[in-house]
Ligand binder design. Structure first.
Ligand SMILES: [Zn+2]
Ligand SMILES: [Zn+2]
Length: 108
């Protein structure tokens, strides 16, 4: 099911950081949000084209991405909106600035 979401910008990502043809959104997300030099790999949960990205900082770790993937745009939007409530996310997200992104992944 596709939903039209008014007033929300969904970034569309086709670019990733390697020359592999990723077959799953989870593999692509891992590639997009894990870069050499960032110090930590992304944590990817679920699978599907719609991603809600949190940035986390745990202890003295570098900031890294936690990506939650959904098949359904509505579910992703739901989480994205909940996460905009400053009390929704844990301290590790707040420590990194409580920034979230809503992204649609397009497999190469
Ligand atoms: Zn890649
Ligand atoms: Zn968060």
């Amino acid at each position: 099911m596709t939903a039209k979401v008014s007033g929300l910008r969904v970034a569309r990502y086709r670019e990733h950081n390697c020359s592999t043809k990723h077959r799953t959104y989870a593999a692509m997300a891992m590639c997009v949000w894990s870069r050499a030099g960032w110090g930590r790999q992304a944590v990817v949960k679920g699978d599907g084209p719609y991603a809600v990205v949190h940035w986390l900082k745990v202890g003295r770790s570098p900031v890294y991405a936690q990506v939650e993937l959904f098949d359904d745009l509505e579910e992703a939007v739901d989480l994205y909106e909940k996460a905009s409530d400053p009390t929704y996310c844990g301290g590790s997200c707040r420590k990194a600035g409580s920034r979230h992104r809503l992204v649609e992944l397009v497999l190469p």
